[in-house]
Design a binder for this molecule. Structure first.
Ligand SMILES: [Fe+2]
Length: 298
């Protein structure tokens, strides 16, 4: 039986049913799931019974795993799991995961471990729809621009308010990385164009920091239009997979001091390519310990 795919909004998100994630590797299932990710950008599985090893195994259906993070150590007893924990960090800013390295993850998987009695949603935005919404002159401008992404991103971030969060931030930035990416990335599997910016995007090449901030704000306003967003409310035993090449996400900090924990496993990605065929270039740092480079056939 092929999986049942039920759309959650017109532009992003689908619920997948009829897949046994505990079953062995099955090429036709994986093809169906890849197709669903390509089309819907974010897919959710309800009532899953996975532990860390099983989450790693499912993520591995889509490619090589990255380690947990270039700078942040893996969760205890794992090599590939990053603890997304409200105690240490609140990802309440729009971002695409790890875009400060040359080849950011192609996919992110998040599994609910501790959910909150209210709030704590994850928002996921369709950056391809955002690109299509741009008026033609802005699209042409976007196509021509390159952007430097960095993990030294204190300029835009809410400052840490506890010692634990300050320590997490210190480790997060401990080794600097900078990469120049095209502002518009061509998806290697679908050919779709998407705005490739988010919280680690620091400045547009050739522009001043204030000009960069103004222009990035305009492009970002298209990503975060409500129509482009899936707002996912977590329950226990759920797995979310989103295409990190063509989305941004945001963890809403609206759950007071309740504990919240998701376990994240990411899949190694390719080097982004712009509409002119120009690839991304690492400017600072070497993240080869973090991720293999996925080669995508042209
Ligand atoms: Fe994230």
């Amino acid at each position: 039986m092929p999986p049942t795919i039920r759309k959650l909004t017109s532009r992003i998100g689908a619920l997948v049913e009829g897949v046994d994630l505990a079953a062995p590797h099955n090429p036709s299932t994986i093809t169906a799931l890849r197709h669903a990710v390509n089309e819907h950008k974010a897919i959710v599985f309800d009532n899953v019974d996975l532990d860390n090893a099983a989450q790693e195994r499912v993520a591995g259906w889509f490619g090589d795993l990255t380690t947990a993070h270039p700078n942040v150590p893996a969760a205890d007893g794992t090599t590939n799991v990053l603890a997304v924990d409200g105690e240490t960090s609140k990802a309440n800013e729009w971002h695409t995961d790890v875009t400060f390295v040359l080849n950011p993850p192609q996919l992110t998987t998040l599994r609910s471990i501790v959910t909150t009695p209210y709030g704590g949603e994850t928002l996921i935005a369709n950056a391809a729809a955002a690109y299509r919404d741009l008026p033609e002159p802005l699209r042409a401008l976007a196509d021509s621009l390159r952007v430097v992404h960095t993990n030294q991103y204190d300029y835009a971030r809410p400052s840490a308010t506890t010692a634990q969060r300050q320590e997490y931030d210190r480790v997060f930035v401990s080794t600097p990385y900078e990469t120049e990416h095209p502002l518009v990335r061509v998806h290697p599997l679908t050919g779709e164009r998407g705005l490739f910016i988010g919280g680690f995007a620091k400045r547009i090449v050739g522009l001043s920091s204030s000009e960069s901030a103004e222009l990035l704000r305009i492009f970002q306003s298209y990503v975060t239009r409500p129509e482009n967003i899936l707002r996912w409310t977590w329950a226990p035993h759920q797995l979310l997979i989103f295409d990190n090449r063509i989305t941004q996400h945001y963890g809403v900090d609206n759950y007071d001091d309740h504990p919240r924990r998701l376990n994240r496993v990411t899949v190694a990605g390719d080097v982004p390519v712009g509409v002119d065929g120009h690839r991304s270039e690492q400017l600072v740092g070497d993240a080869s310990h973090y991720s293999t480079v996925l080669e995508v056939a042209a």
